[in-house]
Design a protein around this ligand. Structure first.
Ligand SMILES: Nc1ncnc2c1ncn2[C@@H]1O[C@H](COP(=O)(O)OP(=O)(O)OP(=O)(O)O)[C@@H](O)[C@H]1O
Length: 263
């Protein structure tokens, strides 16, 4: 693992399902995420983006290859399958409607992340309020239940839950796809601010190339389970080397030179 790499994936193979539903979801994937950078992962639906995110979090079995998160021993590799330390890597879930337990208040949700063995709101009140405010929610949100929040507010709670343990790496898998277009930009703006404040390293998965261009320094293009092109986001999007990347860029309305609103 190179000196500043926080995530390193080497020759990763993932096979999902059984029998006729068996899919070779990742084939020989190698990827490095350097500390402090934001790497976008793009590719069409079914190309393997979520599978790679899950493999990093230890949520799918690895059939071959090795994953390191934060150096030291690999988290996944031959005869080894563990989850990264919560303080090393956290995932922000895609759907804030299903990721929060409807029976738990926002305060409880954050307390569970902070202290899974003793998730007492009273004990962690100050830290919980600090995180609620940091993600743009009032302190009074601590007593409220998920159904009392909008989708965007729920995603703010999910972000607070992921970041309150101060992970060094964040995996964000389509974190705005379940939200109204009007709040998507607000959530991305919040994530960008927190990333700078906390010096986070990020793997950012999105089918929206304009958003990736806005949020990421580097990009990796995945096609049928294999990485076909990796590089500086500006270079790859303006001078793609691979035909598949060009096709992906051509599928964006208005490409080339596509922009995000306000970009
Ligand atoms: N549990 C499973 N069993 C069998 N095949 C699966 C399973 N989960 C995913 N797959 C298959 O693995 C491949 C990669 O899926 P994955 O969800 O990683 O793609 P994706 O790029 O994230 O797609 P999307 O953009 O639609 O979320 C797809 O062919 C998918 O059908």
């Amino acid at each position: 693992m190179s000196a500043r790499a926080l995530v390193e994936v080497e020759d990763l193979e993932v096979v999902l399902g059984t029998g006729t539903h068996r899919t070779h979801a990742l084939r020989g994937v190698s990827l490095t995420v350097q500390e402090g950078t934001s790497v976008g992962l793009v590719g069409e639906s079914g190309s393997g983006k979520s599978t790679l995110a899950k493999a990093l979090c230890g949520e799918v079995p690895v059939a071959g290859g090795t994953i390191w998160v934060g150096g030291g021993e690999p988290v996944a590799g031959p005869h080894r399958h563990t989850r990264p330390q919560p303080t090393m890597l956290q995932m922000i879930p895609q759907d804030p409607y299903s990721s929060l337990d409807p029976r738990h208040t926002a305060g409880q949700a954050i307390a569970e992340a902070l202290d899974p063995r003793r998730p007492r709101v009273r004990r962690h009140r100050d830290t919980i309020v600090e995180w609620l405010e940091r993600v743009g929610l009032p302190a009074g949100s601590i007593e409220k239940y998920p159904h009392e929040f909008s989708g965007g507010q729920r995603q703010r709670i999910a972000i607070a839950r992921a970041l309150c343990v101060r992970p060094r790496v964040i995996v964000a898998d389509e974190i705005t796809s379940a939200l109204d277009v009007s709040v998507q930009a607000e959530i991305l703006e919040l994530l960008a601010e927190l990333r700078v404040d906390l010096g986070l390293t990020m793997l950012f998965i999105s089918h929206n190339l304009a958003v990736v261009k806005h949020v990421c320094d580097r990009v990796a293009v995945i096609y049928h389970g294999s990485l076909v092109e990796t590089g500086d986001v500006e270079d790859v999007f303006t001078r793609p080397r691979e035909q598949y990347t060009q096709r992906l860029l051509d599928s964006v309305p208005g490409a080339p030179g596509f922009t995000l609103e306000g970009d």
